[in-house]
Design a protein around this ligand. Structure first.
Ligand code: ADP
Ligand code: MG
Length: 311
């Protein structure tokens, strides 16, 4: 079997040198992604970064210009249907009948697919937390419930890989929370999730690892926890930046100190601002400004997007 987590080095999806050009526009450039079984992987980038183009290629809807895609240890080019019947995708609002209930909608779709039991329908409704509203008409559902029914539909076929392209876009805050809370629960040892989002906060909340895309190029890739734990960036103003930098560099828990425009940019653990302040004061140096510039991940992303990536 090629589809078990212990084979293929635990890699469920791999892209190698994946690129797509639309005419002269390079939408995705030399993308090397590796998703492992059971994780929630975030593909983060501002609008136009190439996320949806990537998903389109993974679903065999867009032909890559160059490069390779391997899913479950099989090459997508040669094994499109055996792969895609094991992949679920929520890429746009699915078309449900407004006058049918959520459950009747799923039953109609299950009949079209075939081989899906009634208990399976109850099971997926429960997983997306819709069991108690399953008999209400789709038209009465909130935006978050509609999106969750879409996820339930995807779950009917027991996918081993779920692709979510901006699943909370257009949702109100309540719906956004409902859908986000659901995402980590979709992943387990036999199901992996790829979440595309332009929202840093969303990726930080639900993903294990993240790749950041900028104009089609991957500019960072790391475990979310590692990027966040790398610390906060403090921006400090002191009378003598060079002397203060030397003091801070001698502290074992300070990762890095850079001087820029008369300020020091210090990469230090979270909640260490007062310790930084104290270390300087002990040397008779006093910060006239000390500002938290956010986490490392946030800094990378804000450079790409300005404020747009903030919730
Ligand atoms: N079918 C297409 N024809 C031409 N350009 C496209 C097409 N699809 C996407 N693009 C362009 O490719 C780039 C990446 O788009 P997309 O993958 O949709 O980004 P994202 O999903 O990250 O917002 C954008 O500049 C977009 O305008
Ligand atoms: Mg998109």
């Amino acid at each position: 079997m090629v589809d078990q987590p212990n084979v293929n080095n635990g890699v469920v999806l791999r892209t190698t040198g994946l690129s797509k050009s639309f005419g002269r526009l390079a939408a995705v450039k030399d993308l090397n992604l590796e998703l492992r079984y059971g994780e929630v992987f975030g593909l983060l980038g501002p609008n136009g970064a190439g996320k949806s183009t990537t998903v389109g290629m993974l679903l065999g809807l867009i032909a890559p210009t160059t490069g390779d895609i391997e899913v479950f240890g099989l090459r997508l080019k040669e094994h499109r249907w055996p792969i895609l019947r094991r992949v679920g995708a929520v890429i746009e609002e699915p078309a449900f009948y407004p006058y049918l209930s959520g459950r009747d909608n799923l039953e109609a779709l299950a009949r079209a697919i075939g081989g899906i039991s009634r208990s399976k329908i109850a099971d997926v409704l429960e997983r997306v937390n819709l069991l108690d509203r399953a008999h209400d008409r789709y038209a009465t559902y909130s935006m978050g419930m509609k999106q969750r029914l879409g996820v339930a539909f995807t779950l009917l076929r027991d996918p081993e890989l779920i692709l979510l392209d901006e699943p909370t876009s257009g949702l109100d805050p309540a719906g956004t929370k409902e859908v986000r809370d659901l995402i980590p629960q979709l992943a387990n040892e036999r199901c992996t999730v790829l979440l595309c989002s332009h929202l840093l906060h969303e990726v930080e909340l639900v993903c294990d690892r993240v790749a950041i895309l900028k104009q089609g190029t991957m500019i960072a890739s790391a475990p979310v926890r590692e990027l966040v734990a790398r610390g906060q960036m403090l921006q400090i103003k002191v009378a003598d930046p060079s002397a203060a930098a030397a003091v801070l560099r001698s502290l074992p828990w300070v990762k890095s100190v850079e001087e820029a425009d008369g300020y020091l940019i210090v990469d230090a653990p979270r909640d260490s601002a007062s310790r930084v302040n104290q270390a300087l004061a002990e040397q008779g140096m006093f910060a006239s400004e000390l500002v938290n510039r956010g986490t490392s991940l946030e800094n990378v992303f804000l450079e790409l997007t300005g404020k747009e990536g903030r919730d």
